[in-house]
Every structure is written in structure tokens, then in C-alpha cells.
Design a binder for this molecule. Structure first.
Ligand code: AMP
Length: 427
């Protein structure tokens, strides 16, 4: 099915075409029709599934016919990056329309935001804290909002924003359309949804497991060997664009410096950077000036760089959900990607849980002289690809079929069939 079937305005379809979207993703197929009917929607969708366009397109459609000049849609997101990304998507999809959007988040001038709000915009893409500042100062009028979108609601919960969200909602008209998207459904998000959504259409795309398009490799390694292993992987694996995650800001910074000294084109992204530096880092990573970005979780939320070929968890994330979100940075919207995770003795518990979720899709990989014996259950050992016999040690490049055990599935192909299957069944 194509986007034509949604009967979107031709100016909106022009935006879809300009972005090169050929057919709707499963979440778009399921969410766009009820949103266009004005229904509330609760979407359980992983990152990278195309959910932004799933809510932006119906919002644009709804506003095509009616008056301009005041705030009609409010999109609340946990991070500045996600706010920017949504704002950009609105700009691209709505390029031929007269609709205007702006971002509201902290760390940048309040004054400029007030000026932009005075310039009459229809759509606001905001983070909760700064939005509340504007509400309290009376510099924003939300009394005529028709559509509220809560994006990545589970991240907002993780970051302690749900009380702020509830406070903001009190300033919106009761009669409105509300859409809530979340990759996972912790109890607090569920109760928020119960309070805010009226008779919602529930949409679930896949399970809250990491994106299907990704091949998952774990490396059992000692803490002090991680950097050597990372350099070895970077040197020997064919990679387009690599996002490396560390647990702390200081480690993101120092690891980036070490990789830089080894001759890599690398930049770090962490919470200590100014907004301007973050933007420069992201732009440089997006346009390919930097091949590697070393980031912390919070900083990396909302990064939308379509050509990330590899995510490397230098440090294991703290939860399975965090793993899902990190991995959601690669394999976005039907592109394939690889996720490598370094597992130390401290990470075994989470490694076990991920193994249970991912099953055969997760493979342990050994690298001669760098990885250690896998300290997990015997079943994982069966999945080990033992590369010690390969003298040239290039064999961990997961793209190379010959390195795989005979019965191992190709994740790329597995993804393709599952993606098209899901599209067809959703259609
Ligand atoms: P999102 O999950 O909204 O962050 O989208 C992930 C990526 O998929 C973004 O780069 C979008 O531009 C892209 N995308 C969204 N919808 C489609 C589509 N129908 N076809 C191809 N790419 C898409």
C-alpha cells in the first residue's frame, strides 16, 4: 500500500515524496487512519519504526483546512534532540504547507523562543521543563491546543518528567485529541495513559524487544581490555557510521580522545556540552565528517542518523529497555544494522536477560587475545562463533557469510522477510 491511500493533501504527499518514503511502515499503516479520524491513540512502538511521521502526517492534514496563527498541536518529548528531530520532520513533511512549528527546550535563550512564539506557530515540539517555564511566565498560550502528543513517554518517565507532564496538561483544553507513544509500558506510563487518553485505539508494533533489523553480537571482555577490543573492531570491521555508548560523560570524552589519537574521525556527545556544541557534534556525525560518535545514553536520545551502521555498547546499558533504545539508533526504518556489546563480569545478569529476549539473534563472538571465556549459561556457549582458528582474525566482520556457522540465519534476510510480512499483515 502506498501513502496515496490515506488521502492526504497533495501538499503533504509532496513532502512524503521528497523524503523518499515509498510505502508506510507498520506503525504508520496502523496509526494514521485512527489519528485522522480524531481518535486517541496509544502506540507501543520501538524507536526507529517511523512513529514520528505516523503522528506528524495526520496533524498536518488536520490543520490544512482550518485557521492558522495559534498553537494547535503540542508535542512533548524527553530530550532536545528528539524535539529538534520532530521539528525537522514537520518542516520536511510540511514543506509545501503554510504550517509552522518551533521547538521549546532548555539550555538556549528564552528570549529567542518568546520571539518565535510571538511569530505565530501552529505546532510546538517541546521538552517539559522549559515549556513549564513559559507557561508560568505566561509567554505561551496553550488554550487552543487540539492535539497533544506525548512522545517516548517511557523516557519521560525515566527522566522524572511525568509530574511536569501532568502539570502541563492542566493548561490544555479538556476537549482534545491525545496520542501517546512509548517503546515500553512501565506502570506509571500506563496510568498516565489511563488518565489522559479517552477510549484510545491501542497499537502495538512488535514487542518491546530490540529492533528486528539488527544483528546482536556480544563480546565477553575484561574492563581494561575494552579499548583495545574496540580499536581492533573499528580497524577490522567494515563500518559506515558508528555510535559508541559509554556509561559516563567522562568516559565518553576520554574514549573519544583516545580514538582521535589513533587516527579516527571521532566526536563525543555528552551532557556537559553546550547546546551549540551538541548541535555541531550531531551535524558533523550526520554529514559524515565524523565516522564515530562516542555518547552517553541521555545525550544520544533522539539521535536520528539514518546511516548508522553499528552501535557499540562499550559499556553495557543499565536495563534491557536502555539496550532497546540504544540499538534503536541503528537499523532505523528497515535499514539493517549491527549491535556489538562488551560484556564484563559485572554485566552477566543483564546479558542473561537479553539472551532470553533475543534468543538465537544474539551471538557471542570471541576475538583471539582480546575476549575472555563466556561466563554465561551453557546454552550461550553453543552460540559462540569461535574465531580462534582464523589466523587473519578478520572473521568477526559479521557481513561475511562464510564466517557464520552453517545454520545461522542471516539477520538481514530475516529482517527483510519479517518487515515485509509485518507490512503485509498490517495492510
Ligand atoms: P522515527 O521512528 O520516527 O524516528 O523514524 C525513523 C527513521 O525512519 C527516520 O529517519 C524517518 O525519516 C524514517 N522513515 C519514517 N517513515 C518512513 C517510511 N515510510 N519509509 C522510509 N523511511 C521512513
Amino acid at each position: 500500500m502506498s501513502f496515496q491511500k490515506f488521502e492526504l493533501h497533495e501538499k503533504i504527499l509532496a513532502g512524503v515524496q521528497a523524503l523518499g518514503y515509498k510505502k508506510p511502515t507498520p506503525i504508520q499503516l496502523q496509526a494514521i487512519p485512527p489519528i485522522m479520524e480524531g481518535r486517541d491513540v496509544m502506540g507501543l512502538a520501538q524507536t526507529g519504526t517511523g512513529k514520528t511521521a505516523a503522528f506528524v502526517l495526520p496533524i498536518l492534514q488536520r490543520f490544512m483546512e482550518k485557521p492558522l496563527g495559534h498553537i494547535r498541536a503540542l508535542i512533548i518529548a524527553p530530550t532536545r534532540e528528539l524535539s529538534e528531530q520532530t521539528h525537522e520532520a514537520i518542516g520536511q513533511l510540511g514543506r509545501k504547507t503554510k504550517l509552522r512549528s518551533t521547538t521549546i527546550y532548555g539550555g538556549v535563550s528564552m528570549y529567542n523562543q518568546i520571539n518565535r512564539l510571538r511569530g505565530n506557530v501552529e505546532i510546538i515540539s517541546a521538552c517539559p521543563g522549559r515549556l513549564l517555564d513559559h507557561i508560568e511566565r505566561g509567554t505561551i498560550d496553550l488554550s487552543r491546543v487540539e492535539v497533544l502528543v506525548l512522545d517516548e513517554a517511557d523516557h519521560m518517565f525515566d527522566m522524572g518528567f511525568l509530574p511536569d507532564v501532568r502539570r502541563i496538561v492542566k493548561h490544555l483544553p479538556q476537549k482534545r485529541q491525545t496520542l501517546l507513544f512509548s517503546a515500553t509500558m512501565p506502570d506509571d506510563v500506563r496510568s498516565l495513559a489511563l488518565d489522559l487518553l479517552q477510549n484510545p485505539v491501542n497499537i502495538q508494533i512488535g514487542h518491546s524487544a530490540p529492533v528486528m533489523t539488527v544483528a546482536h553480537r556480544f563480546y565477553s571482555v575484561q574492563m581494561g581490555i575494552k579499548t583495545a577490543l574496540l580499536k581492533d573492531i573499528l580497524e577490522k570491521t567494515k563500518m559506515e557510521s558508528v555510535l559508541v555508548f559509554t556509561r559516563t560523560k567522562s568516559r565518553a570524552k576520554s574514549l573519544a580522545q583516545q580514538l582521535d589519537r589513533s587516527g579516527h574521525k571521532v566526536i563525543s556527545l555528552h551532557g556537559n556540552l553546550t547546546q551549540q556544541k551538541r548541535k555541531q557534534a550531531l551535524d558533523g556525525f550526520r554529514d559524515g565528517r565524523y565516522e564515530i560518535m562516542v555518547a552517553t545514553d541521555i545525550a544520544a536520545r533522539g539521535i536520528d542518523v539514518t546511516r548508522i551502521s553499528h552501535v557499540i555498547n562499550y559499556d553495557m546499558p543499565s536495563t534491557a529497555d536502555a539496550y532497546t533504545h540504544r540499538i534503536g539508533r541503528t537499523g532505523r526504518a528497515s535499514k539493517t544494522g549491527d549491535a556489538f556489546t562488551f560484556v564484563t563480569g559485572d554485566d552477566i545478569g543483564l546479558a542473561h536477560s537479553l539472551k532470553r529476549i533475543l534468543g538465537e539473534k544474539l551471538q557471542y563472538q570471541s576475538v583471539d587475545g582480546l575476549t575472555t571465556e563466556i561466563q554465561t549459561s551453557p546454552s550461550n556457549k553453543q552460540n559462540t562463533i569461535d574465531l580462534k582458528s582464523n589466523k587473519r582474525r578478520r572473521s568477526f566482520a559479521p557481513h561475511m557469510q562464510t564466517r557464520r556457522k552453517p545454520k545461522q540465519r542471516s539477520f538481514q534476510n530475516a529482517h527483510r522477510s519479517s518487515w515485509s510480512h509485518r507490512s503485509q499483515s498490517a495492510a
